[in-house]
Write a protein that binds this ligand. Structure first.
Ligand code: F6R
Length: 602
């Protein structure tokens, strides 16, 4: 949801900014832009579309010697993806980049227009730079300029991570953060970097500070000043290579293929020989917890929904799962015996973050299941379990979903053991199945060729139904979401038993049904539901360890003795199928239209 970068140093500034933006492009790719200041002059470039267009445009622009710069890659919220709406936005002598939403921009804009300011864009961001120049009209020295910047930020409502440069302070980047992530990094060469996530800083900064909400300050080659508190720098570790495609066509493909490896990380120290353990959850913390409420969005919501079956079945605990954007406004009844869990890959999803804030305010104990350490959600929650999936760059979430679901399965067993709803023998049996997950994820890749071949046939028609029962219903929702977000084909996930209550009216040969038919759970029931669709001529693709005579196509999975093992294998099949269909349609799988990886707006 927009990415911003900043740089202070002596390297080639354009290159540093564009390299940083490349790492953030997954956050938005409607347009990109940079502004570079050297010797008191600012030069800015913007281009609509992906970063390559900006690179092309700046081909002949080079800098040498010290300077500063800011950059932005945009996911449009206010105003179409045009060059005028691209960041950086400029005033008379200053430039700004912004990630987030300024909720009161209309009021500020009309006030400024009343004073004769002329706006070039339709964005909310542009008000920041004009407001700053109004506040800084008489400011000449650094102190007065920072005061003007502070007055500007104080007048903004909403969420922001802002970087601003001005010709009045040619060596300074002003920064402010509320509600949108921003990280500052530095190294022993005296370089300073800003970015919306730590990915662009890996290999550049030696130590980083994850800014807290409300931080405002400025950086020059000599000093970093922040208020109200000093920034706390910690060493930055990380392997740049792990964030590259490594020979795969798309990040999504790479991330599907590495699921079996990252899953082992997810399990380390948690799935033991015959037990499960979470050092993140103390007895004190869990004291008095009788029920669970989970809030999440999109794919993370599907992981949550899957777990509701596991928690209730194994731990015999009431579990309630809600979409975070709905939860926020329903005036929910929150009981103190409830553990409030949020699930998020990015840890920055605005709706989930707000749901978490509400739960905290209501005095609930809160737990974040998250992939990004130091993210806003991790920092806000009382405790967190990191999913350890590694950086996920494909906009369509794959390994994050796999690891979230695994953590939730482990957690449901952990609660079951704690509450005595299962005996030690069951815990041991369950963990023995858990240990098989990495192998299952690896073997599941065997169907890749088959998915490639099948993708030829599943390109047209008037839509897809993914159907399944029990935990395979949330998996059906996830399969449909994967397909629609990268192929742009219409797809719905449905409980198999619910089709007869309306949707079956759509059935004909042009309706593709992807039937999840595990052998370990409700096989005969699901089979009857698929037969009903087949009788109405729907084209059936069955995913099952058993041949289903009425299916038009089959993807045969390996036989497993536990529903969760079947679940993980079918999950990989869905991911590969969606990806191959999207590739065949010529889509950019990693950057599907209209989407962004991290949704930091409401
Ligand atoms: C779909 C997808 C999204 C996210 C959703 C929540 O593939 O990635 O639906 O799951 O935007 O994001 P997080 O998990 O970062 O809170």
């Amino acid at each position: 949801m927009c990415g911003i970068v900043g740089y202070i140093g002596s390297k080639e500034i354009k290159h540093e900014l564009i390299e940083g933006l490349r790492e953030l492009e997954y956050r938005g790719y409607d347009s990109a832009g940079i502004a570079v200041m050297q010797h008191g002059n600012i030069q800015a470039f913007k281009a609509v579309g992906k970063l390559n267009n900006l690179e092309e445009k700046t081909r002949n622009f080079e800098t040498s010697g010290p300077g500063i710069g800011i950059g932005h890659t945009r996911w449009a919220t206010h105003g179409k993806p045009t060059e005028l709406n691209a960041h950086p936005h400029m005033g008379q002598y200053s430039y700004v980049v912004h990630n987030g939403i300024i909720e009161n921009y209309r009021e500020i804009k009309s006030m400024l227009e009343g004073e004769g300011v002329h706006f070039l864009s339709q964005t909310d961001t542009e008000v920041i730079v004009h407001l700053f120049e109004k506040e800084a009209a008489d400011a000449e020295d650094a102190e007065a300029l920072f005061k003007a910047f502070k007055h500007t930020i104080e007048q903004l409502d909403g969420a922001y991570a802002v970087l601003l440069i001005t010709q009045k302070a040619p060596e300074t980047i002003f920064f402010a953060r509320k509600g949108s992530p921003m990280i500052i990094g530095r190294n022993s060469e005296g370089e300073i970097y800003f970015a919306s996530s730590d990915a662009p800083l890996i290999g550049k900064a030696e130590e980083v500070a994850y800014m807290e909400d409300g931080v405002i300050g400025y950086a020059t080659p000599d000093a970093i000043h922040a208020e109200p508190d000093h920034l706390e720098f910690v060493p930055l570790s990380g392997d740049k290579l792990s964030a590259q495609k490594g020979g795969f066509r798309f990040f999504m493909e790479k991330e599907i293929y590495e699921q079996y490896q990252v899953m082992s990380d997810t399990m380390i120290g948690r799935v033991l020989d015959e037990d499960v353990a979470f050092e993140e959850l103390s007895n004190d913390f869990l004291e008095g917890i009788e029920r669970i409420k989970i809030c999440a969005c999109g794919t993370s919501y599907h992981a949550a929904l899957t777990s509701s079956y596991l928690f209730e079945r194994q731990a015999r605990m009431p579990v309630n799962v809600e979409i975070a954007s709905e939860f926020r406004y329903k005036e929910p009844l929150l009981n103190p015996d409830t553990l409030f869990i949020v699930i998020s890959q990015s840890g920055e999803t605005a709706d989930t973050l707000e749901a978490l804030r509400m739960a905290k305010e209501a005095g609930l104990k809160t737990l974040a299941i998250c992939n990004v350490d130091n993210s806003s959600i991790v920092r806000m929650a009382d405790t967190s379990i990191l999913t350890r999936a590694g950086i996920e760059k494909g906009v369509a979430s794959t390994k994050a979903f796999a690891t979230q679901t695994m953590v939730l399965w482990m957690l449901s067993l952990f609660f079951a053991k704690r509450r005595g709803s299962v005996d030690a023998k069951t815990v041991a049996t369950e963990t023995s199945f858990m240990h098989q997950v990495p192998r299952v994820l690896k073997e599941a890749l065997d169907v890749h060729e088959k998915c490639k071949r099948l993708s030829k046939r599943y390109l047209h028609g008037h839509g897809f139904f993914f159907i399944g029962r029990d935990i395979f219903y949330p998996l059906a929702l996830e399969g449909a979401l994967k397909l629609k977000e990268i192929s742009y084909l219409h797809a719905e996930g449905y409980p198999a038993g619910e089709m007869k209550h309306g949707p079956i009216a759509l059935a004909d040969a042009e309706l593709f049904t992807v039937a999840l038919m595990p052998k370990t759970i409700l096989y005969d029931k699901t089979k009857s539901n698929v037969e009903e669709l087949s009788a109405r001529d729907s084209t059936i693709l069955s995913i099952s360890p058993e041949m289903f005579e009425l299916a038009d196509d089959f993807i045969l999975t390996h036989p497993h003795a536990h529903p969760m093992l079947e679940f993980f294998e079918m999950m990989v099949v869905e991911q590969l199928l969606a990806m191959e269909i999207a590739i065949r349609l010529g889509n950019d799988v990693d950057m599907p239209r209209n989407l962004a990886k991290s949704v930091t707006v409401e």
